[in-house]
Ligand binder design. Structure first.
Ligand code: NI
Length: 243
């Protein structure tokens, strides 16, 4: 079991060791300077923790932020850049966000690292920008768009990160997932956020990918084991994880 996207930081949890050991591997994503430092610390401390470094569209970026990310890309446990992207819901300054996004995509291209993408109410701009980076491998984190959008993303070298939203009662994502080959899907929790049913409303943790995996198995009418096996292969392939 690999949770490909979470924010398991001290500010949210006092039992980090316990929760990360309930799964095989966790990939912790930074969103700002402070998180990025903690990602490095956690990667160094725990064998089953991998990380990505990035500045989220709603967070401050400086020359030093980019320098820190770049300097740490040689760390074998830093497996990508993210989470980065566009968020027109929380941040109305589009130009500033696009600039920040492109700077980090360019960095990923320079070092040939996969990117973890956050996109909220910014689908068209996100897609138009990512189209310019066809060779970059992408994790469309918390994907919840249409079937057409899913196919478009897959065409430009993306995997779709599927989390708790899939388990929500009125989620339209189920119909989309039914039509998408398992080889493009990743399991994620986005812990501590977006807790799947039946624990919606409580704090999320990496182990809860099991509920997401179960829902995928149900929707696609395949076994849970097949879902866990294939999504783990996908994660290892995308992030180049040896485990
Ligand atoms: Ni996230």
């Amino acid at each position: 079991m690999i949770d490909t996207h979470c924010h398991v930081f001290k500010e949210y949890y006092d039992n980090i060791e316990e929760i990360i050991n309930k799964v095989d591997v966790v990939i912790i994503s930074g969103t700002n300077d402070k998180d990025n430092q903690e990602v490095i610390n956690l990667c160094n401390k725990y064998p089953n923790v991998y990380g990505t470094l990035g500045i989220h569209p709603t967070e401050e970026i400086s020359i030093n932020s980019l320098k820190f990310i770049e300097e740490n890309l040689s760390n074998k446990k830093i497996v990508g850049i993210g989470e980065i992207g566009l968020d027109y819901y929380w941040n109305k300054n589009k130009e500033e966000q696009i600039d920040k996004f492109i700077k980090q995509l360019d960095l990923a291209l320079k070092y040939n690292k996969p990117v973890v993408i956050h996109s909220r109410e910014a689908t068209n701009d996100t897609y138009e920008i990512l189209k310019n980076y066809p060779s970059l491998k992408k994790d469309i984190h918390c994907f919840s768009g249409s079937l057409e959008m899913a196919k478009n993303y897959i065409k430009i070298n993306s995997y779709l990160g599927i989390g708790g939203v899939l388990t929500f009662k009125n989620s339209k994502l189920k119909e989309v997932i039914k039509e998408i080959d398992l080889k493009y899907l990743l399991l994620e929790t986005d812990s501590p956020f977006l807790t799947p049913e039946p624990y919606r409303g409580k704090q999320n943790e990496p182990y809860n990918i099991i509920y997401v995996a179960n829902k995928i198995a149900e929707v696609k009418n395949i076994s849970l084991d097949d879902v866990l096996k294939q999504t783990s292969l996908n994660a290892k392939d995308l992030f180049d994880i040896i485990w």
